[in-house]
Design a protein around this ligand. Structure first.
Ligand code: 3PG
Length: 415
């Protein structure tokens, strides 16, 4: 037992059916049915291999994209192929989550065999926004379709999805109510490392928040600013654009249209309220970059063209952020500063990650895109810690008990 949670060491897995929730959420290329990066699959592969090697029938549950990240909402077929090649063993895949076909496939598994079910968020009860609106208790989650159909087929539930441990959803928190449960090796490792490093983060502590997971970013800002862990929050990406727009700064009509097209307009008043409260600690971009015919153009806020689509921070902002990172003692980064996948709009993200590599501060990077960026700019080995979770990591840092941790602790007491 560690942190009041069972570990895999406490269970004899041979011949057992193990239901294991992993986080293999990656950017996808639907046209080619492939994944654009595989690091989260690499991270959970040791747990998968260990459970299978110990002779269990292993059923893997995973999500891919969501209602807030719809462009990546997709099946888990490519993940099975990647996982198979990583562990050198067949990973069967079925385009069903908990229907009769999935249940038959689970019953047909032999010892050591692995079956990956389809995207658990194809079941409506698992959807991200649904979770926030419906607020099911863990006991109610145990009554959902996926838990009532799959739990009777398993002997043990294992959660290795640290990156999704801030989500209060049935495949993450429901099974622990009805069966013995343990954390997987990746979950255990991330929990240990992060708890140690978070005992007392050295000040000044700077958060760099960007990317497009807007709901997460705003929850994080409120908690890290309100709780006092952040001395400064440097903003970029869509997070920065929404804040700028909320406080009446020009970002260009195309950037505004994008906010509305993504249905993020509710965050505009929230951003305004947040900024009014913490203006002394939230740092907004002072210039922005757009790309026309493949060429990057930068504009200070008073020269932003009316139709700009702002997809990166500009050089003045970059210089200010580099300085803040150099002067900090602890830096957390979650989310890129712009569309770093394309060369003309990668400068902001590239500069931030290069600054992380040279600062004396303790640096922690979290989240899928940030992990990808740290690899792209070849700084991963110069960072203090790279966590597979973004939202989960930041929520953890605020001292809040993560829903999955709570559920796993419940299982440790109940079974
Ligand atoms: C992540 O990408 O942070 C995790 O996989 C959780 O995904 P979610 O934000 O879609 O719940």
């Amino acid at each position: 037992m560690k942190f009041g949670i069972h570990t895999l060491d406490e269970f004899d897995l041979a011949g057992k059916t193990v239901l294991c929730r992993v986080d293999m959420n990656q950017p996808v290329d639907k046209a080619t049915d492939t994944l654009k990066s595989t690091q989260r699959i690499e991270a959970c592969a040791p747990t998968v291999k260990e459970i299978s090697d110990k002779g269990a029938k292993l059923v893997l549950m995973a999500h891919q994209g969501s209602d807030i990240e719809y462009e990546n909402f997709y099946c888990t077929r490519p993940h099975a192929k990647v996982l198979s090649s990583l562990i050198g063993k067949e990973v069967k895949w079925i385009d069903d989550v908990c229907g009769p076909a999935a249940r038959e496939a689970i019953k047909a598994l032999k010892d050591g065999e692995i079956l990956l079910l389809d995207n658990v968020r194809f079941c409506s009860e698992e959807q991200t926004l649904f979770e926030m609106k419906l607020n099911l208790t863990h006991e109610q989650q145990a009554q959902t379709e996926v838990v009532t159909k799959l739990a009777p087929l398993g002997d043990l539930y294992v959660c290795d999805a640290f990156a999704a441990s801030h989500r209060d959803q049935p495949t993450l928190c429901g099974f622990e109510q009805v069966m013995p449960s343990a954390m997987g090796r990746l979950f255990e490792k991330e929990y240990v490392v992060i708890s140690e490093l978070m005992e007392s983060p050295e000040k000044p502590c700077v958060f760099v928040l960007g990317g497009s997971k807007i709901s997460d970013a705003f929850i994080m800002m409120e908690t890290v600013l309100g709780g006092g862990s952040a001395d400064k929050v440097l903003t970029g990406g869509l997070v920065g654009n929404i804040l700028l727009h909320a406080v009446g700064k020009p970002i260009g009509q195309k950037s505004v249209d994008f906010i509305y097209a993504k249905n993020y307009e509710d965050y505009i008043p929230k951003a305004k309220a947040l900024y009014d409260k913490y203006a002394d600690r939230i740092v907004l971009p002072e210039d922005l970059a757009g790309v026309t015919d493949g060429v990057r153009h930068e504009y200070t806020l008073d020269e932003v063209p009316e139709d700009l689509s702002a997809i990166d921070i500009g050089s003045k902002t970059i210089a200010a952020y580099e300085k803040a990172i150099a002067e900090a003692k602890t830096v957390f980064v979650n989310g890129p500063m712009g569309v770093f996948e394309e060369a003309p709009s990668e400068a902001g993200t590239k500069a931030v990650f290069e600054a992380l590599a040279t600062t004396d501060a303790y640096t922690v990077v979290g989240g899928g895109d940030s992990v990808t960026a740290s690899r792209k700019y070849k700084v991963a080995d110069k960072l203090g810690y790279v966590c597979t979770g973004g939202g989960a990591l930041i929520r953890f840092l605020t001292g809040e008990e993560l829903p999955v941790v709570k559920a796993l602790r419940h299982a440790a007491e109940a079974f």
